[in-house]
Design a protein around this ligand. Structure first.
Ligand SMILES: *Cc1c(COP(=O)(O)O)cnc(C)c1O
Length: 468
C-alpha cells in the first residue's frame, strides 16, 4: 500500500514537472505581451495577471482527484474559498469549471451571487455571522456551518420560524495543533474557530446538540492553511469523520450525511512545481480515512490558495536602481500594497521573483544579490531581500510569482497607493496572448473619493453646540 502510494506520488511529480514548464512558459509570454500591448509600462507600472488556462487546469485537477477516490454517485461539492481571490470573474470562471463558493462575509456572498453561483453550491462559514446574514442565508437555501453554541441558538430560532432548504452543520475545532505559520493555523487549542472539541464536555455537547436537532446534517472542520503539513490536515479530516460516526451511532441513524473537510492544501512557493497535488492529497485521505469515501457521506471541500496561487503574477516596473551600503536595490512599484503578508512577515511568506527586461523578456545571465523594494515609505517595504537575480535595471520588470491567492486581490491602501489593474490572459488562437480586464486599475480620483473626498470640510465645520 505504501509502495503503491509512493509510486503514484512519483507519477504526480512527473506530470507536475511538464505542467510547471508550460505554466512558466505561458507566464513569460503573457508578460511579454502585456508590455507589447501597453497594459504594463511607464504609466501602468504594476499589474496583476491571471492565467485562465491554469485556473481551468487546477479546477479540473481538483475534481479529478476526488472523483478518483470517491464511490460512484457520491455527491461532492468543491466550494472555492472566495477569500483567496475575491474577484467576480474568477468566481464565475471557477463556477463554470464546476467549482462552487465558500463565503465568509456579506461581501463574499454578494460576490458569489454576482458571479452566478447558485445557493445550492454556496457554503457560508464566517465566525461572526449577524442575525441578518443568517436570515438571508437560510432564506436563500445556502449551507451554513454554525461556529459556536450561540450561533446554534440563533439557527434554532430561524429554523422554527420559517422552513429552509439550507443544509446546516456545526464547525468543530479538532484541536490537533498548528503548522509552521501561527496566523493560518486554525486547529490549535485556543483557536477562535468552531467548537473546541477537546475542551471538557464539548464532544458530548456536540453529540447532544445533533441528537436534539434532526436538521443538523453536516459536520465541518478546516484545520488550517499554508504551513500545515499534509499528515496534520489528514488527521483533522480523520477527527471530523470519527465524530460524524459517533454522532450517527448515538442518534441511531445516518443524520450527518455530509462532511465538509475545509481547504488548506499548502502551496509550494519555492519552485514552479505543484506540490503537493490534489491527487496526492485525495489518495492520502482515502488511505487514512477510507470510510469517508465509501459513498455513505457526501463531501464538501473548501480549497482556496491551492486553486489560485500559482495562476497569478504581480508584475512591476523597476523605476530606479541604486546601491546602499554595498547592497544593490531595485525600487519597483510592487510592495506592501499588493504583498502585505510578505512585506510584514518575510520569513513566513517568501515569494519567488522573476526578472524581465524592458521588453518583458526573461532576463538571464550571471546573478547578483539584490533587494527588490516596493514604493511605500517604510524601509521594510521589500518583496525580496538579498535575492540572487540577474541584475535588474531601470525600466526592467520584476514579477512576484505564485500571487494568485491572498496577494493582489487583497490590496492594502498604504501611502494611498492605487489598486492595480488585474488582467486575465489566454492564448488568442493565432499564437499570441489575449487579455481581459478582471478589475480596472483604480484611478487617483477614486482614491480621493474613497478617502473622504466628498466630506472635505466635515471636521472643520463640526462644532460643539455651545461654541456655535
Ligand atoms: C480560508 C479558509 C479556507 C481556504 O483555505 P486555503 O488555505 O486557501 O485553501 C477554507 N475554509 C475556511 C473555513 C477558511 O477559513
Amino acid at each position: 500500500m505504501e509502495q503503491e502510494y509512493a509510486r503514484g506520488h512519483a507519477e504526480d511529480e512527473r506530470t507536475s514537472g511538464s505542467e510547471a514548464r508550460e505554466r512558466a512558459d505561458r507566464r513569460d509570454r503573457a508578460v511579454r505581451a502585456a508590455v507589447a500591448q501597453g497594459l504594463l509600462g511607464p504609466e501602468a507600472a504594476v499589474v496583476g495577471l491571471l492565467d485562465v488556462t491554469g485556473i481551468r487546469e487546477s479546477a479540473a485537477a481538483l475534481r479529478a482527484a476526488f472523483d478518483a477516490v470517491t464511490a460512484p454517485g457520491t455527491p461532492v461539492l468543491h466550494a472555492f474559498a472566495v477569500k483567496a481571490t475575491p474577484l467576480v470573474p474568477v468566481v464565475r470562471l471557477l463556477h463554470e469549471a464546476g467549482i462552487g463558493a465558500e463565503v465568509a462575509s456579506p461581501g463574499e456572498l454578494a460576490l458569489a451571487r454576482a458571479a452566478g453561483v447558485p445557493p445550492a453550491r454556496t457554503v457560508l462559514d464566517s465566525p461572526a455571522k449577524t442575525p441578518a446574514e443568517l436570515r438571508e442565508a437560510l432564506a436563500l437555501g445556502i449551507a451554513v456551518n454554525a461556529d459556536n453554541p450561540q450561533e446554534l441558538d440563533r439557527l434554532d430560532a430561524l429554523v422554527h420560524s420559517a422552513p429552509t432548504r439550507s443544509p446546516l452543520g456545526v464547525r468543530v475545532n479538532p484541536q490537533i495543533g498548528g503548522g509552521t505559520i501561527g496566523a493560518t493555523s486554525t486547529a490549535t487549542r485556543t483557536s477562535k474557530f468552531g467548537v473546541a472539541l477537546r475542551d471538557e464536555g464539548a464532544r458530548a455537547w456536540v453529540v447532544r446538540a445533533y441528537a436534539a436537532r434532526p436538521w443538523l446534517t453536516r459536520l465541518h472542520a478546516h484545520t488550517g492553511s499554508q504551513g500545515i503539513p499534509l499528515p496534520l490536515l489528514a488527521r483533522g479530516v480523520a477527527e471530523v469523520y470519527a465524530l460524524a460516526e459517533e454522532i450517527n451511532a448515538a442518534v441511531g441513524l445516518r443524520q450527518v450525511d455530509t462532511i465538509d473537510i475545509g481547504g488548506g492544501l499548502p502551496v509550494n512557493v519555492a519552485t514552479e512545481e505543484t506540490a503537493p497535488t490534489y491527487a496526492g492529497y485525495a489518495r492520502l485521505l482515502a488511505a487514512e480515512v477510507p470510510g469517508l469515501f465509501d459513498g455513505r457521506y457526501g463531501l464538501v471541500t473548501e480549497f482556496g490558495r491551492s486553486l489560485m496561487a500559482k495562476q497569478g503574477t504581480v508584475v512591476a516596473r523597476v523605476e530606479y536602481t541604486k546601491t546602499a551600503g554595498g547592497r544593490r536595490i531595485a525600487v519597483t512599484h510592487a510592495g506592501v500594497q499588493v504583498a502585505a503578508r510578505t512585506v510584514y512577515m518575510p520569513g513566513a511568506w517568501p515569494l519567488r521573483i522573476a526578472a524581465y527586461d524592458a521588453a518583458g523578456r526573461p532576463k538571464t545571465g550571471p546573478e547578483t544579490v539584490q533587494d527588490v523594494a516596493g514604493p511605500a515609505c517604510f524601509s521594510g517595504d521589500l518583496l525580496a531581500e538579498g535575492r540572487a537575480l540577474p541584475p535588474l535595471e531601470q525600466g526592467d520588470y520584476a514579477a512576484a510569482l505564485d500571487t494568485g491567492a491572498y496577494y493582489f486581490a487583497h490590496h492594502y491602501a498604504y501611502n494611498s497607493l492605487a489598486r492595480p489593474g488585474i488582467y486575465g490572459f489566454a492564448p488568442d488562437g493565432t499564437g499570441g496572448v489575449a487579455f481581459a480586464a478582471v478589475r480596472e486599475p483604480q484611478t487617483i480620483a477614486e482614491v480621493v473619493t474613497e478617502s473622504g473626498g466628498a466630506h472635505a470640510s466635515a471636521l472643520t465645520t463640526l462644532r460643539a453646540p455651545e461654541s456655535r
